[in-house]
Design a protein around this ligand. Structure first.
Ligand SMILES: Cc1cc2nc3c(=O)[nH]c(=O)nc-3n(C[C@H](O)[C@H](O)[C@H](O)COP(=O)(O)OP(=O)(O)OC[C@H]3O[C@@H](n4cnc5c(N)ncnc54)[C@H](O)[C@@H]3O)c2cc1C
Length: 591
């Protein structure tokens, strides 16, 4: 069975030495000193390793079953869910007015990374609830908030997000689910939603479905869509549960991974619902949660890879195959461990340098969300809005790639189920698809975010990189970082320029390069993170830090990323500048 150990040391490094959170000036961060975050992370690590990780394989092998209209989760999930509720883990960053603990979203992400690494499918029950909580918190009336939020914060009631229908996923404008207004102010919701995560289960006494549907008068396309609260059980005035609503599970989807999470076809047959937010503005309501939800999926992408990497590393130290080309390293054994071989090192370094960069990138993104929400900082809002498709698309693509690299370290033993590596690869795959498939993230980045507010957010990003490099001008040791970052940033600017010049004339030229641009920008972001981490590690060593191995390892890992990963930027630029012709050359019939 695979194992998982939470990397709280690296999390603390990012929080306190890279982001320097207690000095960041973000409301609520001043209480986040090392001791405090240490205590929270350690407690979360214990739950992750002792409660959640042992259920990961159980969830995969047992899956969820539909029995007489009720979904049963795998053995042990109910007890673990109680432990999460009792420990207050479902309420960490929720509003104290509704029973939450009011901690920063950033801390929730750090804890979330461990929960996902330990058991991604399980963590989705509360993850989806958090998404629904955020929507009601942002758009609900006072009455709706009082009615639903306290029970959702505690996860006595869980939540779902219902967008997808059989004929429409990306293009939600074609949605058919209807909402008919009733005399009492409620709506009757009718239609079918598919692929609904945590759509039904036996972990909570009620499920609050948020459903996108078309109400009369909204016109065509996504503009006419509204968002509705549709509880599984209607809620009486006194908060007790009333009649069963007309919503049922059609079936549980058979799928590649995350078997422990129930992905359901949901049938709404005139179910009673209430409008959430403004009529015909449902997409806007969904979009306010998008930054958080997409960052959450980006986090899933690297968190599953982190668990896979930890196991690959242990295996590479243990498995004996072949001899080191430079001379025997394990003379008492029949062969040397895999880790002596340069190609295995290459793979492990690719994994490690991505994972640590991804963690820093995600935590930085979460701190931007906190800054935007708690200080009303428009620049932070603009920057995270620009970064969101990159966090989601790049980290999940690379997270899957990293998971497969980890699986490869096992050779054939990675392909069979016994070692658990196959599950990691199967689980990680969905992160590239849901919450907007990655091709659509790239479209959002190039088609919308680059030019948003006159392009000022991307310009601010370029200025940030310039300032970071300038800050280390006098430090020779930082040259491998700043030189590589400057070069990659220039390539990113050239691509943006190409889009501006060619995209106007031929939109296909921009969109043929959008996926490469998302990856180019992802590498630049991780290059920036590695520059910051290397500077922090040098500062710690200069100050006489006792843990030299950690900081020197950090710098060496960063140098690897700059030397071995950032060169991909040149390839992406070349592809982008080749324009639409190579991509669009064939007629449909020629394929
Ligand atoms: C396990 C699982 C859980 C899920 N959970 C939920 C959930 O809880 N709630 C929910 O509402 N949905 C959920 N989904 C649905 C998921 O979000 C959609 O599958 C996803 O958004 C893609 O929609 P689609 O499958 O209809 O693909 P399509 O929209 O048909 O897209 C197919 C492909 O075409 C590409 N594409 C589409 N349009 C364009 C374009 N204009 N330009 C370029 N490329 C394009 C896409 O990138 C994709 O690769 C889940 C799906 C799965 C498999």
């Amino acid at each position: 069975m695979p194992s998982y150990t939470a990397n709280t040391k690296d999390m603390q490094f990012v929080l306190h030495e890279v982001l320097k959170i207690s000095e960041a000036g973000i409301p609520g961060y001043e209480e986040m000193d090392r001791d405090f975050t240490d205590a929270v992370l350690d407690a979360a690590a214990k739950v992750s390793t002792e409660v959640l990780a042992p259920l990961n394989v159980v969830g995969d092998t047992e899956g969820c079953v539909l029995e007489n209209g009720i979904v049963r989760t795998p053995k042990g999930f109910d007890t673990a869910f109680e432990a999460m509720k009792d420990g207050g883990w479902t309420a960490l960053d929720c509003d104290p007015d509704f029973g939450g603990q009011g901690m920063p979203y950033l801390l929730n992400c750090a804890v979330g990374e461990m929960f996902v690494s330990a058991n991604m499918a399980f963590n989705m029950y509360q993850g989806l609830t958090h998404g629904a909580y955020s929507a009601i918190h942002a758009h609900g009336t006072d009455e709706q908030k009082a009615k639903y939020l306290p029970k959702m914060v505690s996860c006595e009631w869980t939540g779902t997000m219902n967008l997808t229908e059989p004929h429409c996923g990306t293009d939600l404008g074609m949605m058919r689910t209807k909402a008919e207004p009733q005399a009492d102010g409620s709506y009757k919701v009718t239609g079918q939603k598919i692929f609904i995560s945590a759509g039904d289960h036996d972990l909570a006494e009620n499920i609050i479905h948020l459903v996108l549907a078309k109400a009369p008068g909204g016109g065509e396309g996504t503009k006419g869509v509204s968002l509705f609260i549709v509880p599984k059980f209607l809620v009486n005035e006194d908060g007790s549960l009333g009649a069963r609503n007309a919503v049922s599970v059609g079936k549980i989807e058979e799928k590649m991974g995350i078997h422990g999470n129930s992905t359901c076809v949901m049938n709404y047959d005139g179910a009673t619902g209430w409008l959430l937010g403004d009529l015909h503005k449902g997409m806007r309501a969904m979009f306010t949660m998008m930054n958080e939800a997409r960052l959450g999926v980006g986090l899933q992408g690297y968190a599953v890879a982190e668990a896979a990497y930890q196991n690959a590393l242990a295996y590479a130290k243990d498995r004996l195959q072949g001899r080191a080309v430079t001379g025997t390293e394990n003379p008492n054994g029949p062969a040397d461990p895999l880790i002596v071989h340069p190609d295995i090192r290459r793979s492990l370094m690719d994994q490690k340098s991505f994972l640590e960069g991804a963690r820093a990138f995600t935590f930085w993104g979460a701190s931007l969300i906190d800054r935007a929400h708690k200080s009303g900082d428009d620049a932070a809002e603009g920057l995270i809005s620009l970064m969101t498709p990159v966090i989601k698309g790049f980290l999940t693509d690379k997270g899957f790639e990293t998971t497969v690299l980890a699986q490869q370290v096992y050779g054939g033993h990675g392909y069979i189920e016994e070692w658990g590596m196959s599950q990691f690869a199967r689980d990680a795959r969905i992160t590239m698809i849901y919450e907007g498939a990655n091709g659509v993230q790239a479209l959002d980045l190039v088609g919308r975010k680059l030019a948003q507010d006159g392009g000022k957010h991307v310009m601010a990003f370029f200025e940030m990189i310039k300032a970071e490099c300038k800050a280390h001008d006098a430090d020779e040791r930082m040259k491998p970082f700043t030189d590589a970052l400057k070069g990659a940033s220039k390539q990113l600017q050239s691509s943006a320029m190409f889009f501006m010049q060619s995209g106007m004339k031929n939109p296909n030229a921009a969109l043929s390069g959008s996926y490469d641009f998302m990856h180019l920008m992802g590498h630049v972001c991780l290059g920036l993170m590695w520059t910051r981490m290397a500077a922090a590690a040098h500062a710690a060593l200069d100050a006489g830090a006792s843990d030299k191995a950690f900081y020197e390892g950090k710098i060496a890992t960063g140098r690897y990323y700059m030397a071995r990963q950032l060169p991909a930027c040149a390839m992406h630029l070349a592809r982008i500048e080749s324009g639409a012709d190579p991509v669009m050359a064939l007629s449909v019939d020629q394929f």
